[in-house]
Ligand binder design. Structure first.
Ligand code: ADP
Ligand code: ZN
Length: 727
């Protein structure tokens, strides 16, 4: 028997498999999709069996033999094997990286990490009931008899619950025996509760539309925050379970969605497996096994849960579909929705995308009818959206207040007096190196791309990292010629200090990447704030999403336009989403909520439409700009990154690539090379070329040539990213 194995190594860049002989003693254990240990050069590596060749061919070299099999049952099923090939093809990524990405650590082909099932020891009876009873009747040892009687009543008892020496005697006499039984690391006891919620008419309509629709397979629920989307998901899933189908629910960041998971657990009981990055390797491994063993019919998880080997899928939900976490940033650079579409086709399943602020691409597709659009314009119980006030910080700065406007200070004071809670968002997404006019709010942008220029300290220049345009850093504002252009950047720590200066005895908790790097710290902050141990929660965008605090009646945004100036064509979209989300945190229960957004650009359409909770208004304005400058959704984008230790080498090769592609792909627009905004990471320079395209076939062919040209180049390496969310 001969097998083709995809080995865990970067050598097989062409997705090449290696052929091995199977020794007779392990022949019976060979299956497609299991892992095996094989000799590879001087090393031993793990790999996946992807093909079994029954016909004996002649090889002009001596085949090596498989050393051992690792799994009894395949870790990759047929669907996954096929999906991996699709991903490798579609994202131009090494096949092995696709399979490794799909699997939890304990099941990847990696010799270094081993994860095993957890077992617990139990005692069971080893003879017939009659023999045991006869023994008890003639046995003078009371303690032994007690154990036997207990076992007759309970069948099995945990070993740790039984006394030592009487038990040992029983084992010695062959009356009872010890067995190991697997248990799951995560095995919470959730009892199912029937829901007594009466659906609103809007909810019922959306549910009916999705269940009865036989034409469409992808649905977008565009519903304002608090419109009851979760309830819709749960009702549709219930319907799927009734038809003996399963459901896959994707959420952006699990640490912030504990609430949603608990809702599902309460509704559906123990039928759920959970998969996300905060679980230990062992926990992930166990959750995966529950799925493979068909013990669950619902899987909830973050991005990678889209690969869960659940069968017979009826529904795939992608909640908060606009979130960047659905895109993987390293190889294979996949988007969860692409994978969902592939799987939904295989299973004949429906996909539900949900959001209050869908991505422009998704909303445009829904308006075109590619996805079925369902709109929910009202909150449950007609609760009003929070009132948003915009503060012009240019005025405030003239009075010397750079961080807090008078109005925000007064409002914080008011809420503190009323024993209500406050959330303050410091918008720090991306990097702070942009230059803004302190007088008029003007930001220096690229004349070709309408993208904020990034300040490069080394040569005092402002650079566009889309097209490479560069300009000297201006000291004076070129718009109003009065103001001084200054680098803008503030940190949460500085804001915290200022708040403590302004308000005596204020209790502040800070949530940012510094205070949340320990496991469980997120949950602790959220929990403490929920129990009103603090008056004010200060944080970066991580406080904007999904949180539900009933006593928060004021949300303040310190620098509403910080993310507007990020050099990315999506900066407007991301800012609108962020402001809408954080506004949705205010006034979630009885008290009405307020939102205060401080900004240098009070008239900017992003700020204005966010103030009015006007997604459609924002969408229309933004689409005009995207069309004019030819950005998605009017085209697709592919990014080629060239990584080099040597600056000149990187520049030379990336220039070669862009002129080659310009020659070969004359129908596409090719920008760059430019130095990436994160130009030097880990001593490596990053150059990038950006391709705007409409069809992928021709592009793929040329990109494959570029990839293989640089395969053995030790000075530069190439990365391809289709539809990158960060540029
Ligand atoms: P969204 O996800 O659209 O922001 P949620 O699903 O979180 O909204 O719902 C908002 C709140 O309304 C939740 O507390 C939920 O329990 C409640 N809710 C949902 N549907 C109903 C209903 N039909 N009747 C009463 N309350 C509801
Ligand atoms: Zn430019």
């Amino acid at each position: 028997m001969i097998v083709n194995v995809l080995v865990e190594t970067t050598v097989n860049k062409h997705n090449q498999m290696f052929t091995y002989l199977v020794p007779n003693i392990i022949k019976d254990k060979i299956k497609i999709g299991i892992r095996v240990l094989v000799p590879f050069g001087k090393r031993q590596l793990e790999g996946f069996i992807l093909e079994i060749l029954t016909e004996e061919k002649k090889y002009d070299y001596e085949l090596k033999s498989v050393i051992d099999v690792i799994d009894e049952e395949p870790v990759l099923n047929n669907e996954m094997i096929e999906l991996g090939r699709y991903m490798s093809d579609h994202y131009l990524a090494p096949l092995i990286s696709c399979y490794q990405t799909m699997l939890p650590v304990g099941l990847k082909a990696k010799t270094r990490v081993k994860v095993n099932p957890k077992t617990e020891n139990y005692i069971i009876i080893a003879k017939s009931v009659k023999e045991i009873n006869d023994f008890i009747n003639s046995n003078p040892y009371q303690k032994q008899n007690e154990i036997l009687i207990k076992l007759l009543n309970n069948k099995k008892i945990k070993k740790t619950n039984i006394n030592g020496s009487p038990l040992l005697n029983l084992i010695k006499q062959g009356l009872v025996k010890e067995v190991a039984k697997e248990y799951y690391r995560l095995d919470e006891n959730f009892s199912k509760k029937e829901s007594n919620i009466e659906l609103t008419k809007n909810q019922q309509n959306a549910i009916n539309e999705i269940i009865n629709n036989k034409q469409d397979s992808i649905f977008l629920i565009h519903g304002v925050t608090g419109s009851g989307k979760t309830e819709i998901y749960m009702n549709i899933i219930k319907e799927a379970l009734n038809e003996n189908k399963t459901a896959l629910i994707l959420v952006p960041e699990i640490s912030l969605t504990t609430q949603l998971i608990n809702q599902f657990k309460n509704r559906f009981g123990k039928k759920i497996a959970v998969l996300h990055s905060a679980l230990s390797d062992g926990e992930k491994y166990d959750e995966w096994r529950k799925i493979v063993r068909k013990e669950v019919s619902i899987v909830i998880g973050a991005r990678s849960a889209i690969f869960a080997p659940i069968i017979n899928i009826g529904i795939i939900v992608i909640d908060e579909e606009q979130e960047g976490t659905y895109k993987q940033e390293n190889n294979p650079r996949y988007h969860t929705l692409d994978i969902a579409i592939f799987r939904a086709k295989k299973h004949n399943a429906k996909i539900i995308l949900g959001s209050a602020t869908p991505s422009l691409e998704t909303y445009a597709r829904a308006r075109k009818g590619i996805y079925k659009l369902l709109e929910l314009k009202e909150r449950i119980n007609q609760k009003p959206m929070p009132e948003v006030t915009i503060i012009d910080m240019k005025e405030s700065i003239k009075k010397g207040n750079t961080l807090f406007s008078d109005i925000l200070i007064a409002k914080i004071k008011e809420k503190l007096n009323n024993q209500e809670q406050i959330m303050i968002l410091l918008n720090r997404r991306g990097y702070a190196n942009y230059v803004i006019c302190r007088d008029c709010g003007y930001v220096h942008k690229c004349q070709n791309c309408d993208i904020t220029l990034t300040y490069h300290k080394t040569n005092e220049t402002m650079r566009c990292h889309y097209c490479g345009y560069a300009d000297k850093k201006k000291l004076e504002c070129s718009k109003c010629s009065k103001g001084e252009m200054k680098i803008f950047g503030i940190g949460t720590q500085k804001v915290e200090e200022k708040l403590k200066e302004l308000f005596d005895d204020i209790k502040i908790v800070r949530m940012d990447s510094d205070t949340t790097n320990k496991k469980g710290s997120h949950d602790k902050i959220i929990n403490d704030f929920n129990h009103h141990k603090y008056d004010l929660l200060l944080g970066t965008q991580m406080i904007a999403k999904g949180l539900d605090f009933s006593k928060v009646t004021l949300v303040g945004v310190i620098n509403g336009d910080m993310s507007l100036s990020i050099p990315d064509f999506r900066s407007g979209e991301n800012t609108f989403q962020l402001l809408s989300q954080v506004a949705g945190r205010s006034g979630r229960s009885n008290e009405e909520g307020e939102v205060i957004i401080q900004t240098f650009n009070p008239d900017h359409y992003v700020i204005q439409t966010a103030k009015n909770h006007d997604y459609i208004g924002f969408y229309k304005r933004e689409m005009i700009i995207r069309k004019k400058l030819n950005y998605p959704p009017y085209c697709f984008i592919a990014l080629i990154r060239v990584l080099a230790k040597d600056y000149n080498e990187g520049l030379k090769e990336s220039s070669k690539i862009s002129s080659y592609l310009r020659k070969k792909l004359s129908n596409n627009q090719i920008l760059g090379p430019s130095v990436s905004s994160l130009s030097k990471i880990k001593n490596t320079y990053r150059f990038q070329c950006l391709i705007k395209y409409r069809t992928k076939k021709e592009l793929d062919q040329e990109l494959k040539k570029v990839i293989s040209h640089y395969e053995n180049n030790s000075k530069v390496s190439i990365e391809i990213d289709f539809n990158p969310l960060k540029l």
